[in-house]
Design a protein around this ligand. Structure first.
Ligand code: HEC
Ligand code: HEC
Ligand code: HEC
Ligand code: HEC
Ligand code: HEC
Length: 219
């Protein structure tokens, strides 16, 4: 009987099988990279704001506390945004003629709040709460990065589910003493492993099972 496939055909089949596997791998990798890309997660994207407000100036250079403007961050789910009055506490005197501040003065005159563009925005079906994180030793910079260095705020982390869960599984890797919550220069290595385990006990952080249960974040 004639041979349908000679030796070289066998090789071709083998090579194309390998090629298909490699391609599938590359495709799968590309997909996971895409779903983590800043195009989808909004990571590192700076938003055009109605006023060129700089955290680098106000926090980094002038040392204004986060709570002066984000007043409810320790007490409620949302951090809260500053009212125009808060800006005018200083800017009715300071830089009072600056053209950059005209939208702030207009907002004050017309009694219309400034409409800040949201930088971080979780989907509706997830529940997030600032006060609990702050109370349990998670600092602003752990989630938001070094805001004091940002002329315009951008999203430092993906805010995807896997990011939340990575911490909920092992919060002892990321927590810090409560007096350091607003310290933008804090590094996780500033406490050793033993101290962080102790801190987890002191703060009475709930079990991994409760922290990773679907109903904690989807309710
Ligand atoms: C003088 C007022 C002021 C102070 C102080 C201040 N912020 Fe803000 N913050 C703002 C304003 C105004 C915006 C909205 C404009 C923008 O995004 O830059 C904002 C936006 C943000 C956002 C993005 C909000 C969003 O839409 O997702 C984060 C995060 C944030 N601030 C964190 C901090 C942290 C952390 C500190 C302290 C280290 C701080 N801020 C101190 C006024 C302030
Ligand atoms: C505690 C005082 C204080 C508060 C409150 C404050 N600022 Fe300022 N702001 C300053 C100082 C000081 C400067 C000068 C910046 C610098 O170079 O450090 C400044 C500078 C600015 C500038 C740049 C002006 C220019 O001509 O370059 C803008 C814009 C601005 N602030 C917006 C705001 C907005 C919007 C708010 C409210 C969310 C606000 N500021 C709240 C103190 C304040
Ligand atoms: C565990 C992570 C985490 C920590 C810690 C954290 N934030 Fe946030 N922050 C978020 C997320 C997630 C959002 C978006 C919330 C949403 O879309 O509902 C957000 C939103 C914000 C906003 C926009 C307004 C709002 O409440 O939605 C501001 C302002 C802000 N954070 C400031 C702060 C400050 C100041 C601190 C420190 C005291 C802080 N955050 C600590 C994760 C965190
Ligand atoms: C760096 C660590 C860290 C990150 C990141 C983080 N969390 Fe948490 N989360 C905690 C800790 C610690 C607690 C406190 C648990 C406790 O109460 O013992 C907590 C508690 C919570 C709770 C419980 C609140 C309540 O009232 O029952 C919710 C909801 C939550 N986190 C949602 C989120 C979501 C959504 C994200 C991602 C957008 C997120 N967390 C990211 C550390 C983190
Ligand atoms: C610590 C908080 C947290 C927990 C626990 C959690 N999720 Fe999520 N989940 C999120 C966040 C945040 C998002 C939004 C992600 C985004 O915007 O990309 C999300 C998104 C989703 C989505 C939308 C699709 C996707 O993947 O983006 C589904 C489905 C989902 N979660 C199911 C679950 C199930 C099932 C569980 C329990 C096994 C669970 N989640 C536990 C925070 C959580």
């Amino acid at each position: 009987m004639a041979q349908f496939f000679n030796k070289s055909a066998n090789n071709i089949a083998r090579i194309s099988m390998v090629a298909a596997a490699v391609l599938a791998g590359v495709g799968g990798f590309a997909f996971t990279q895409f779903s983590r890309s800043s195009y989808l997660t909004g990571r590192y994207v700076e938003k055009q704001q109605p006023v060129q407000f700089s955290h680098k100036h106000h926090v980094g250079d002038d040392g204004i506390d986060c709570r002066y403007c984000h007043q409810t961050v320790e007490t409620t789910a949302t951090a809260g945004m500053p009212s125009t009055q808060t800006c005018m506490n200083c800017h009715s005197q300071l830089w009072a003629d600056s053209p950059y501040l005209e939208p702030v003065r207009a907002s004050f005159r017309d009694n219309k709040p400034i409409e800040w563009e949201r930088v971080h925005d979780l989907p509706e079906y997830t529940y997030f709460n600032h006060s609990i994180h702050v109370a349990k030793g998670v600092g602003c910079s752990t989630c938001h990065g070094q805001i004091d260095n940002m002329p315009a705020v951008y999203q430092e982390n993906t805010l995807q589910m896997e990011w939340c869960i990575a911490c909920h599984r092992a919060p002892e890797k990321f927590i810090r003493p409560k007096k350091e919550i607003f310290n933008m220069a804090w590094q996780d290595g500033d406490l050793d492993e033993k101290e962080r385990k102790q801190l987890k006990d002191d703060l009475k952080i709930r079990s991994k099972e409760m922290m990773t249960s679907c109903s904690t974040c989807h309710r």
